[in-house]
Each structure stands twice: as C-alpha cells, then as structure tokens.
Ligand binder design. Structure first.
Ligand code: FAD
Length: 290
C-alpha cells in the first residue's frame, strides 16, 4: 500500500522542530528512524498532514555519562546503543535488550526516542527502561518536562507526550558496578516481536541476600509494568531456584496478558512465568562478589 499524501519538512535544529510542531497542523508527526511510522503510513493507520523529519538533529544523537547517570539522545540509533562501551560498562541490561529488537537493518535506523514515543506494548526498550527506572525529557515551545517512566507509558501506543512536544533525551540513574542483570524473552522466530519478556536488575549484600531488585515485564499488560509482588518476594532473600520460581509465579499471576493468534491467556501467562524465572536466576548469577 501507499501512504496518503502529506507535507514533509526536514528540520535542522531542535528549535525549528519545536516551532514546526507548534505552528504546523495538529496531526503533524515526527519521523525519526521511520521503522514503526512508515508501516503505519503505508497501511494508512496514520495519515498525518505533515511529517517533521528530525534526522539532521545530530545534537540529539549521543550516549554519555553525566554525574554517574546515563543520558541518551532521542535520535540515538539502536545500533549505537548496541555497540556503546558506556552502555556496556554501566547499564548492560539496555544492551542486552536492544539486541532483541528486530534485525540489524532495522536497528541501524530505529531510534530509542522512536521506540519510547511509539510505545508498542511488545517493544523491548520501554521494558528495559522501566527496570532501570528511567525518565524521559521532552521539549516544546513552552519549556521542558522530565517524566518518570511510570507516568509516561499510558497504554498501547499511548504516552504522556503532549501535542507539540518532542522527546529529546532518556535518562537512566546510576547502578552499582556489582549489579546483576538479565533480559529474557520468548519469540516465535529470531527478530520477531516478543510474546513475553522480562528485564531484571538486582544487587546482593555481603551475605548474598537481595538488597535491590527490579523486575519489569513485557506482555503482562498494555504498557511496561513492574512485578512488585515478585520484587517484594525477593527483597532480603537469598535467591534460590525455589525462591525465583515462587517470585516468577507471582509475577505471572499478577500480570494480565491477553490471548492472541499465538496462544491463549494461560499460554502467555505460562511464558511470562518462564521468562521471569530465567531472568531472575541469570541476573543473580551475574552479580559480582559484593
Ligand atoms: P519512527 O518510526 O520514526 O517513529 C515512531 C513513532 O514515534 C512515531 O509516532 C513518531 O512520530 C514518534 N517519534 C519518533 N521520535 C520521536 C521523538 N524524538 N519525539 C516524539 N515523537 C517521536 N521494535 C521492537 O521494540 N522490537 C522488535 O522486535 C521490533 N521488530 C520490528 C520488526 C520490523 C520488521 C520492523 C519494521 C520494526 C520492528 N520494531 C521492533 C520497531 C523498530 O524498533 C523501530 O525502530 C522503533 O519502534 C521506532 O523507532 P523509529 O526511530 O524507527 O521511530
């Protein structure tokens, strides 16, 4: 199929993008990597009057450590995250998760900002960012906002971005060097969108009891969610196979996956239980000696 006709504007500064968003038609759309938007245009599921192309905004393409925290520009390609030494050394969960996104060709164009703003309920990066307690920085002609992940993802393909707002940066807090991490997912074929997934970050204290844990789920709800019952079950405990299995069962029972052509609700729930258990055990094994 072919898209409906639209106007096209390639902007050269953030200010120009913000002005275009403010002054342009209400249904203007940003285009970044185009890997989600172009299929929507081709199927005419989106028919914006104006496309604002931000691919020349090189100031939005960066990965840096600032005061220990991670800052990623919205236009940073998935392939850049995949190879970044800063991400590998401080926030390896993000690198593990991004490698599950589609195929190399798509990762060379797709951007973190596009993935977050698109908010597909089967996308890996929003889930990894929920496990990492990320926040999102937006700009518009009237100023800037910092939005924690919990307040950002409102529903499938629905976010707290207001009309006229551009997502400019993703911020991830510092993690202890010793932390363990794992992103585990189940797909029917390599590169497909996942049917279930879990991102886990944890830390142990000197007697190997869990002192910090996040368990974020893909496929348990229309947005990324944290499995708080499972986190409570693990906090303060030594993570044994039995404890991980109990926490995983809690996560799966608390989730509300939907059935689809790939399987029933019960099937999706059982996948969730498996990926959560595996992610907890893998993260636990990766914790460096406290
Ligand atoms: P675009 O397509 O350019 O934009 C997506 C949406 O975000 C649009 O609504 C756009 O207006 C908005 N947007 C983009 N940037 C900004 C910004 N800075 N501020 C405000 N709004 C913005 N993704 C996965 O997570 N996992 C997968 O397994 C996966 N598999 C895929 C398989 C195929 C075959 C394809 C084609 C895509 C797949 N994707 C997958 C999607 C891909 O990862 C996209 O790159 C990503 O979801 C969107 O990034 P983008 O830069 O291409 O965004």
């Amino acid at each position: 199929m072919k898209p409906a006709s639209f106007d096209y504007l390639r902007v050269h500064s953030v200010e120009e993008a913000l002005t275009a968003l403010h002054d342009g038609p209400e249904d203007s759309k940003i285009i970044a990597g185009g890997q989600s938007l172009v299929p929507l245009l081709n199927f005419r599921l989106a028919e914006p009057a104006l496309l604002i192309d931000i691919n020349d905004l090189h100031e939005l393409s960066f990965v840096r450590r600032v005061g220990g925290a991670l800052r990623i520009g919205a236009l940073t390609r998935h392939s850049t995250l995949e190879k970044s030494a800063v991400v590998r050394d401080g926030w390896p969960l993000l690198q593990e998760a991004v490698r599950f996104v589609a195929h190399p060709q798509i990762r060379s164009r797709g951007t973190i900002g596009g993935s977050v703003a698109h908010a597909d309920s089967a996308a890996e990066l929003p889930v990894a960012l929920a496990a990492l307690d990320a926040e999102f920085v937006t700009r518009s002609v009237s100023g800037s906002r910092r939005i924690p992940w919990r307040d950002f993802f409102l529903g499938p393909m629905t976010t707290a971005l207001e009309p006229g707002e551009l997502l400019v940066e993703v911020r991830v807090p510092l993690l202890r060097k010793s932390h363990g991490h794992a992103f585990v997912e189940h797909t029917r074929r390599n590169g497909d969108f996942a049917l279930a997934g879990a991102g886990v970050v944890l830390d142990l204290n000197s007697d190997r009891r869990c002192s910090r844990i996040s368990v974020a789920l893909l496929g348990a709800a229309p947005t990324p969610v944290r499995a708080t019952d499972a986190e409570d079950c693990l906090l303060g405990a030594v993570i044994t196979e039995e404890r991980a299995a109990r926490a995983a069962k809690m996560a799966a029972e608390a989730g509300s996956p939907s059935g689809d052509l790939h399987g029933s609700v019960a099937y999706h729930r059982s996948l969730l239980e498996v990926v959560v258990r595996r992610a907890i055990l893998a993260a636990n094994l990766r914790v460096q000696e406290p």
